[in-house]
Design a binder for this molecule. Sequence first.
Ligand code: EPU
Length: 333
Amino acid sequence: MRIEKNYDLSGQNTFRMKVKCACYIEYESVEELAGIDFDSLPKPIKHIGGGSNLLFKGDFPGTILHSAIKFIKYVDMGLDEVPVIVGSGVKWDDLVAELCGHGLWGAENLSLIPGEVGAAAVQNIGAYGVEFKDLVSGVSCYDLKERCKCKFTAPECRYGYRESMFKEAEDRYIITSVLLRVSRTAGPRLGYKGLEGIDSSTPAKVREAVIAIRRTKLPDPEELGSAGSFFKNPVVSALDFTRIVDAAQGATVPHYILDGGFIKVPAAWMIDQCGFKGEREGGAAVYEKQPLVIVNASGEATPDDVLELERRIIAGVHERFGVSLHPEVEHIG
Ligand code: EPU
């Protein structure tokens, strides 16, 4: 177990914000986690994964916990639906690469998503028509309230679009591992635009195509700090959609019809229409190739730069389209 005081978090958040926490603890097993004397730690206590979907609003006065539980266990490779248990500290994309390498289907559309397995399970990551919830059958946790291990079935996790029960109960449960099911039977999902017509003979081929698309649209966190999509795509009623169409002044509004008559409109499109592409605030900027992403353009952006840019985008989109954007990125502090 690693315990650091007054710890610099710039390497623990992909936005590369230069912030500190009073205490940082990284544990390697459930036993180490259970052995921590939580009562004695600076509060609040916050668990992070790869730090790829969060924005520290400033120095954090409490304790940051991080899982380094790293194992991938194939329960029975002989089955068609292979159960795999994965530690929460495994890098998500290392897992996807390994599954694809074994010829196992299910996770390939979720290639190159930054972050770790525990965080993937909290926020139900999704891309190219597939979400984490499509793979998971159970989640193992440590319950901070009862101070014991516990397990949840997938329905108990109440997964929705970038949502889960763990987001509501984030102070209580720490995810330690997940049980996924991946398949030996070919099952490419190529419905998302851009994936039609690609070579889908193996999961590794689909992974290659997904990686190529992501590289053209999204910044490489190694080169440019960001937290991926900054906003969620809003889901609106049919009435609100007609208002968006009116406000679009003749431009075609991209949209996806959902169950119940609701309509999802890409936030990237609205931000683009408002002219925010490339917009700067201090060291922060709206990414040119995908305006849903805010980047640390100068490498020196402060949390306030990002928050101000966020405020301006929300206000601009609301003024033009009457839609309130909500951040996907978690704000901490
Ligand atoms: N668009 C524009 N201008 C642009 C870029 C996009 O108008 O410059 C519009 C287009 O109409 C495009 C639409 O936005 O068709 C959607 O863009 P895209 O397909 O790239 O996906 P997204 O809805 O912007 C979501 C996820 C991404 C995920 C992609 C692909 C959310 C918040 N974001 O983005 O997830 O990679 O779909 O499945 O749901 C992330 O969560 O960090 C993330 C990158």
